[in-house]
Structures are given as C-alpha cells and as structure tokens.
Write a protein that binds this ligand. Sequence first.
Ligand SMILES: [Zn+2]
Length: 150
Amino acid sequence: MRGPLAGLLVPFAVSDQVVRHCERRLPFESGGFLFGDVLADEGAPQGMVTHFLPLETAMFSEHRFTPRAESVLHAVLLGQRHGKSLLASLHSHPSASPTPSPKDLESPCGFDSLHHVIVSFATPRPTWAAYRYVRSDGALALPVQSFIQL
Ligand SMILES: [Zn+2]
C-alpha cells in the first residue's frame, strides 16, 4: 500500500455535489467516499478527487454518521471497477465545527493512507477540513490535519 498522501484536491463539481447531498440530509449527519487518482510528480503524492460516492445511512443521528455496510462494500467495488483509488472518507457535521469528535477518532477505519474529510454546516458557508487519523497508545487515534484545496 502506498504511503500517506500530502493532501487532497477537490474540483468544484465534486464539492458542489457533496454540499448538496449533505444539505439535503440536515439536520442529520451524512457522508460518503471520495475516489480519485494519485498524482505523484514530485514531492509527496496528492489525491486528485474525481468522484463522490454517497453512502446510505444506517442510523439517522445528528452527531454521528453510520453508513450501511452493504453501501460501503458497493462503493468500494464500484471504485475498484473504475480503476479509482479510495482517497478519503467524508462526513458532515450539521452544527459542529469540522473537528473530529471522540467518536470519529474511535473508529478511524485503520488505514493510515486514508484521509477523513469533515464538512461543517455550522457556518453559513460550509467549512471543509481533512485529517489523517494516526494510531496512538490511547483509546483514540490522533488527528493530523492535512491539506485540502477546493
Ligand atoms: Zn464527525
């Protein structure tokens, strides 16, 4: 598996799709996966996002996004079939800042190379942030903020 990406580049068509998807599901959290291509010209590789695949919600909550397992599997297989890399998980924070909650850090998905994007709707204009969750000795992973360009 490749090393961690320095950050993510998100074109407007994708960020617009994400915002519209998440806005429609307010006040509940929602989310999905960001797929794309790895750009590795010089320096650390970056992820060029090409697709947002929404995931179905298993349990409606204003404070946690829980996708349906079969929806996750379907998205991963669809990405593979189209030769795209899974770059990041994404979920919304309807009323909180785009900072990982303790719950987010309890279940970091295990992949050090995966980014975790949070889109906050606490402000009139959505705020985006990206992190890598690094394993720590404690119960919670450590969030390391990464670069995201919209
Ligand atoms: Zn969260």
